[in-house]
Design a protein around this ligand. Structure first.
Ligand code: ZN
Length: 205
């Protein structure tokens, strides 16, 4: 689930400031206090698969039980045919080995199409571990395909990052890691204005 166009990345330390793109709307608490059973299971599984060389996938119910799992390849993992009907109303975790890029468009469309309660993604970068979360709200679930608007948003983000790159604020590696993340932050703001809510966030583990 990783066929989104590879873009570029933004250096938080060197760039002109987070306000340019704005903060993610999703504000999930992290740490032990207030952690749900789902979050506890997801974090345990995330620690297990974060350094794996192939993608892993788990479906977790609301009590934190693993109800399906799959192992894929470096480039992707499929939801097993007999587990597709377990997606609705439950939570899903998968990994992006090697680079901690955010969700692909395929990932998000899967979450919307199959009514996943919350989709989690884990990846690491330069010794840091990241957990991404996407929870489709009412309205956006029915949209499923986001292509035209999303293409415009991602190309706007790409153009702005390229501009920052050419001015030396960010390097190519940062662009690669950060491009999708910034696109989802922007998309979140865009769809919220249309009444199509979703929660999106990234936290360091
Ligand atoms: Zn993915």
């Amino acid at each position: 689930m990783d066929n989104y166009p590879v873009g570029v990345n933004y250096n938080e330390a060197k760039g002109p400031g987070r306000g340019w793109w704005g903060p993610p709307r999703g504000t999930h608490t992290s740490g032990q206090s207030g952690e749900t059973a789902v979050e506890a299971t997801i974090k345990k599984l995330a620690a297990k698969i974060i350094d794996a060389k192939v993608e892993h996938l788990y479906i977790v119910d609301d009590d934190g039980n693993i109800i399906a799992s799959a192992t894929g390849e470096w480039e992707g993992v499929d939801v097993p045919t007999n587990a597709v009907n377990k997606l609705a109303g439950n939570n899903m975790l998968h990994s992006h080995p090697g680079v901690s890029t955010s969700f692909s468009q395929i990932d998000v469309e899967l979450a919307c199409k199959h009514n996943i309660k919350e989709m989690y993604l884990v990846g690491s970068r330069a010794g840091k571990q990241y957990l991404y979360r996407f929870a489709p709200g009412p309205g956006i679930r029915e949209r499923v395909a986001l292509p035209t608007e999303l293409r415009k948003i991602s190309s706007d983000v790409f153009d702005e990052m390229s501009n920052s790159f050419s001015k030396g604020y960010i390097d190519a590696e940062e662009m690669t890691y950060e491009y999708r993340h910034q696109t989802w932050i922007r998309a979140n703001q865009f769809y919220a204005k249309k009444g199509l809510a979703f929660n999106y966030s990234r936290e360091e583990l």
